[in-house]
Design a protein around this ligand. Structure first.
Ligand code: PLP
Length: 380
């Protein structure tokens, strides 16, 4: 398939148009072999030796992700956390890292509790401010700037191009957790990012039935090779069946994300006018502090994630979440079903999340049902 000439939605729907050369099947077989034959002269000319390093079922989803992100190569991992950890574990010892204060709490916890074991020091800063980011750089020792945009669960926006310029000027690389934006809305490599990470558990898969992660690189360099070795030697690999399910989900990525964005915008606008709401946090609203940057770096929508702050504090928020009938009370995001969650209950006392905040992951249901259900739950 001449993927350069086609729109990303076409490339995704056809999964690059790959077919099985032996059978003509339009869906490739799932390879379950853990080992591969050597040639009689002791070589591995077909390029694969052992399943932990070389899984043919990864080829198509990794190639598709590379095409959608406009990168040079991609790697699948056992989870989003495994993908992120592989980046940090591949840094040289004594590396300094700059990370955002508002970010996926699991990774913030990992950085706070484990990064030191790998000789890494981390500064958590307000990454939405280029000036603050610039001040946090320590030229010569800062190796990596990690950002997430839109960032969990306030959906704050970081200017990717500005962050890339700041990181590069200090001799560091920029990695972007683009889970909430998806390649449908943002291509961080086109804005200067060096690495893009996804919790593929979320929108890429889209059906709440696979835990997976991915990294895409803008350049196949020495650091990328180290990350690949971290995966194959550390063993944080995805199962073959999960890789197949992930690819299957990615084929409907554009349809799902476009609908989720449309509905999220409608939900956000409807709730803005609702008396029991203190604040609606959604980058698609003109009042959101990151709206103008989001308009620049997100195309086609502002994502399917938003949060609301409920009048009456944590107790009122938890009570409203208890009353929904269409939304599911569950953690995670990016699936076809809409989820609602009292975020502070998950993140604990060190979190920057306000206690009255409910995080909403908008699925692909009819937006009118989602809005009516929330309004009824808030009304009591
Ligand atoms: N990044 C973001 C933005 C997430 O929301 C999550 C999971 O919720 C992760 C990373 C971690 O991904 P996983 O749960 O696939 O390990």
């Amino acid at each position: 398939m001449k993927s350069k000439l086609l729109h990303p939605a076409t490339i995704a729907a056809q999964a690059l148009g790959w077919t099985d050369p032996q059978t003509g099947a339009v869906v490739l077989p799932v390879h379950v072999a853990t080992t591969f034959q050597r040639d009689p002269d002791n070589q591995y000319r077909r390029g694969r030796g052992y399943g932990r390093a070389d899984n043919p079922t990864y080829d198509q989803p990794q190639a598709l992700l590379t095409a959608l992100e406009g990168g040079a190569d991609s790697l699948l991992f056992a989870s989003g956390m495994a993908a992120a950890a592989a980046v940090f574990q591949s840094l040289p010892r004594s590396a300094h890292v700059v990370a955002p204060r508002v970010m996926y709490w699991g990774l913030r916890n990992w950085l706070s509790n484990f990064a030191e074991n790998w000789g890494i020091s981390v500064d958590f800063v307000d990454a939405t401010s280029p000036d603050v980011l610039r001040m946090a750089m320590r030229p010569g020792s800062t190796r990596l700037v990690w950002i997430e945009t839109p960032a969990n669960p306030l959906w704050s926006i970081t200017d990717i191009a500005a962050a890339a310029e700041i990181a590069h000027a200090a001799g560091a690389i920029l990695a972007v957790d683009s889970t909430a934006a998806t390649p449908v809305l943002t291509r961080p490599t086109a804005l200067g990012a060096d690495l893009v990470m996804h919790s593929a558990t979320k929108y890429l898969n889209g059906h709440s039935d696979v835990i997976a992660g991915s990294l895409t690189t803008a350049h196949k360099d020495e650091f990328w090779e180290r990350i690949a070795r971290t995966r194959s030697s550390g063993g944080a690999i995805l199962g073959s069946f999960e890789a197949y399910l992930l690819l299957r989900g990615m084929r409907t990525l554009f349809a799902r994300v476009e609908r989720a964005c449309r509905s999220a915008q409608q939900v956000a606008e409807a709730l803005c006018a609702y008396p029991r709401i203190v604040e609606v946090l959604y980058p698609g609203l003109a009042a959101h502090p990151g709206h103008m940057v989001a308009r620049r770096q997100m195309a086609g929508g502002f994502g399917g994630m938003l949060s609301i702050r409920v009048k009456g504090g944590a107790a009122a928020a938890i009570t409203a979440a208890a009353r929904v009938e269409v939304w599911q009370r569950a953690t995670s995001l990016g699936g076809v079903e809409s989820l609602i969650e009292h975020r502070a209950s998950i993140e604990g006392p060190d979190s920057p999340v306000p206690p009255d905040l409910l995080r909403l992951s908008v699925g692909i249901e009819d937006a009118a049902d989602l809005i009516a259900d929330l309004e009824a739950a808030l009304a009591g």
